[in-house]
Design a protein around this ligand. Structure first.
Ligand SMILES: Cc1cc2nc3c(=O)[nH]c(=O)nc-3n(C[C@H](O)[C@H](O)[C@H](O)COP(=O)(O)OP(=O)(O)OC[C@H]3O[C@@H](n4cnc5c(N)ncnc54)[C@H](O)[C@@H]3O)c2cc1C
Length: 475
């Protein structure tokens, strides 16, 4: 299809032009791998994890391999379409409109190769963390995954990737050793610290703006066992638990990462009876060390007398579901803030809007302790080298209808107002709405990202979830 004439009708995509897209693209792709609005399976193909996100691309390509990706990118470029990539749809919200955009679904690129001796993993761009973490765990290895095992390694890594081991080992993106991707000229490129280093730098934090990644390689870490678990307290004790938790933080070593949360579980029969329909304040920790050390470090919070204590020495696979994140797609609104220097009064202000008696319309408010390696720039790091702040507050409310959405939005605004005095920035992986990505980077990093974009994608073919426009000077 490379020699096909450009079609102005297709460039200004209209509904009447869709049959022509089908006709032309079937020349480069078998019909079953091209899903159009009138195809069976359209709603499934265009779906996102957040059921409130209504993605309407012009077509979805179910890529079977990198050749499908190359053919689609060439076709899109020659016919005036844009291209966006998706593995799981866990961060589809920020895209906004996908008009005139072909969505490449990479789920079928699911190869996994583990070199245990070298502590090195290679995965296809459609692989989720739960397709790798258990196998690594059996080999005594842990990866830098986050709270949900359903999240895709590609999107997570391209945006940063902050999980349970982040205070010791930093963001996942800086453990990536190579990407393979199809760039705007339709070629498959391998990039690492030596080959096309500017592109390698930009991909590590710059997201899906530079091409369609087909494979990722990354380092993993030698942990056969960790001390990890959760302390569940009654929701009524939120204030004292969060104060005790905050007071614990300054003394913690990088080897220990702790998160606290208020969780309201739905009355879902699939949940364990002890949690079903219940409300709790939960304190988790993962300690890269012995049980004795971990117990001592968590003693001030445990001394409050939890209802349930699940801490034990566990294999790394146990971290996959430790946070009990929702696994099935659901309709939700969320918000987050990175915070620094939060005093006791800041915890009180937060508890006033989410704690007992607040009537907060929220399923979860999770606070992660940052710092450690997340605050240290290492030599050779990518565009997302560090995260500012010492706390990350992430809140999520389920919104099955308009009334619920209004109530959740009001609670999210109240949380944001309580956090505002301590706010130091955003974490792009947690941004769920279309946003100005320049605010996620310092001016120099943003300038360099735009220059790399101009070098590799001057016509802005690729629409990342957080768009980076090509630099005008170089474009
Ligand atoms: C329940 C839940 C829990 C989460 N927990 C964490 C956490 O603990 N830590 C954390 O850091 N983040 C977390 N996240 C955020 C998550 O990392 C982002 O949503 C991430 O972007 C998801 O990547 P994905 O590939 O699964 O999603 P997708 O929506 O498929 O991809 C997100 C974006 O990444 C880009 N992209 C994906 N694949 C490719 C590719 N092959 N080539 C080019 N670009 C690509 C695209 O721009 C795409 O829009 C969580 C999100 C949810 C919903």
């Amino acid at each position: 299809m490379r020699g096909a004439p450009r079609s102005p009708t297709l460039c200004a995509m209209t509904t009447s032009a869709l049959p022509r897209l089908a006709e032309r693209s079937r020349a480069f792709l078998p019909a079953e791998r091209l899903v159009l609005p009138d195809s069976p399976g359209w709603d499934d193909a265009r779906g996102a994890f957040n059921l409130l996100v209504d993605q309407q691309p012009v077509a979805v390509v179910l890529a079977a391999d990198e050749r499908d990706v190359m053919a689609t990118v060439r076709y899109a470029r020659e016919h005036g379409f844009r291209v966006s990539a998706q593995a799981t749809g866990h961060n589809a919200g920020p895209h906004g409109s996908l008009a005139n955009t072909i969505l490449i679904d990479l789920r079928r690129l699911d190869d996994v190769a583990i070199d245990a001796e070298a502590r090195h993993v290679r995965v296809g761009a459609g692989v989720r963390w739960d397709q790798v973490v258990p196998a690594l765990s059996e080999l005594g290895l842990a990866a830098l995954h986050g709270s949900s095992p359903e999240v895709g390694i590609a999107g997570y890594s391209l945006g940063g990737g902050m999980g349970w081991l982040a205070r010791k080992h930093g963001l996942q993106t800086n453990s990536v050793t190579a990407f393979e991707l199809v760039t705007a000229d339709g070629h498959l490129v391998r990039t690492d610290a030596v080959h096309e280093p500017d592109l390698f730098w930009a991909l590590r934090g710059g997201g899906g703006n530079f091409g369609v990644v087909t494979a990722i390689e990354f380092e993993v870490y030698p942990y056969a066992e960790l001390y990890a678990g959760a302390l569940f307290f009654p929701f009524a004790r939120t204030r004292e638990v969060l104060h005790a938790w905050r007071e614990l933080l300054p003394a913690l070593p990088d080897e220990l990462m702790t998160w606290a949360a208020v969780l309201h579980f739905p009355p879902d029969p699939a949940l364990p009876e002890a949690l079903r329909g219940g409300s709790f304040t939960v304190v988790w920790a993962v300690h890269l060390g012995s049980e004795e050390e971990g117990r001592e470090l968590m003693a001030p919070v445990r001394a409050l007398g939890p209802l349930m204590d699940t801490f034990a020495m566990v294999p790394p696979a146990a971290l996959g579901d430790l946070a009990m994140d929702p696994r099935e797609p659901l309709p939700f609104l969320s918000g987050h803030d990175l915070l620094d220097d939060v005093p006791a009064a800041g915890i009180d202000a937060l508890v006033d809007v989410i704690g007992p008696g607040s009537d907060a319309a929220i399923a979860m408010v999770q606070i992660r302790h940052l710092g450690g390696a997340l605050a240290r720039r290492t030599a050779g790091a990518g565009a997302r080298a560090t995260l500012p702040g010492t706390l990350c507050v992430f809140s999520l409310g389920v919104a099955p209808d308009a009334d619920a959405a209004r109530a959740v939005a009001a609670t999210l605004s109240a949380i944001r107002a309580a956090a505002a005095p301590y706010r130091v920035g955003d974490y792009p992986n947690f941004v769920e709405d279309p946003s100005d990505a320049s605010s996620f980077f310092d001016p120099q990093t943003w300038h360099c990202l735009r220059e790399v974009k101009a070098l590799y994608d001057p016509s802005d073919l690729f629409k990342g979830n957080h768009p980076i426009p090509p630099s005008a000077e170089m474009g």
